[in-house]
Design a protein around this ligand. Structure first.
Ligand code: PAF
Length: 274
């Protein structure tokens, strides 16, 4: 991979990287399209990264279908697919981790305390292997995007981070590789995540500026679905990713929700201007 990247660089070509954990869906494919639009070469990495899963999480169950993924990617015209082995990425005696401090500790980081350390570490390793000029991430994982941007700024990494819009099914469910774990009924119940975000948006649209009032309405909706188990709803500033109590007119915010439907943990978000 490093040799391929060096060759692209010596030809003065740009490289776009789409890092994934595989089991690709149209959300990933839209990242690929964005990369192909602006990069000379597009590389997609597929690696289910063990260090971002806690022992009680779904590393072993995470869906995998490398053959299908590779076929899809070459049909889309990507130039290289990078599929490293866990032993290559984390050989015996591996000792180095990247920790983005404050932003990794809130929201997702509270429920998943080691998650962003694993993400920041693998993304740094992938950047060193693929040497991308651009790297593409989906807005679906808004906090992951904020962590990676912070890391790139802090470490002065020479890569431009591109955040691409979240992709939904026709009925509003955000695309996620984990959606396959939902039963038919849970798949219907899962629509409550997007519905709660739309409720929050409506309240902001009507002029409500107190986060606690907006969040209470979103919580109420989620509680009405018996298979749901809310982790959090929250409003953060799009730029700083800091939690807000009072919204300011003209500012953009993420409305965020994280919730289990049955046993499957889902996240979703929208950007709203107050
Ligand atoms: O968003 C993902 O799929 C993963 O967190 C990433 C960025 C590929 C790192 O493992």
């Amino acid at each position: 991979m490093q040799l391929f990247a060096s060759r692209c660089k010596s030809e003065r070509k740009t490289i776009g990287l789409v890092p994934t954990m595989g089991y690709l869906h149209s959300g990933h494919m839209s990242l690929v399209k964005n990369s192909k639009n602006i990069s000379d070469y597009t590389v997609v990495s597929i690696f289910v990264n063990p260090t971002q899963f806690a022992p009680n999480e779904d590393y072993n169950q995470y869906p995998r279908d490398i053959e299908r993924d590779v076929k899809l990617l070459f049909e889309q015209g990507v130039d290289a697919v990078f599929i490293p082995d866990p032993e290559t990425i984390y050989p015996k005696n591996y000792q180095t981790y990247v920790e983005v401090e404050n932003i990794s500790k809130i929201l997702e980081g509270k429920t998943r305390p080691i998650h962003f350390r694993g993400v920041a570490t693998i993304v740094s390793i992938l950047f060193n292997c693929v040497k991308p000029d651009y790297a593409f991430f989906g807005q679906k994982d808004a906090q992951q995007c904020a962590v990676i941007k912070q890391m790139v700024n802090d470490l002065k990494l020479d890569v431009e981070i591109k955040i691409c819009p979240l992709i939904r099914e026709n009925d509003g469910l955000a695309l996620s590789s984990r959606n396959i774990f939902l039963s038919e009924q849970e798949r219907k119940d899962a629509l409550v995540l997007n519905k709660s975000l739309q409720t929050g948006k409506e309240f902001i649209g009507k002029g409500e500026r107190k986060a606690s009032i907006i969040l209470k309405e979103m919580e109420k909706l989620i509680a009405s679905i018996s298979s749901s188990q809310l982790d959090y709803v929250q409003i953060v500033d799009v730029e700083s990713y800091s939690v807000q109590e009072e919204l300011k007119d003209g500012t953009e915010y993420y409305l965020l929700v994280a919730c289990k439907i049955g046993k499957t943990r889902l996240i979703d978000n929208i950007i709203v201007k107050a």
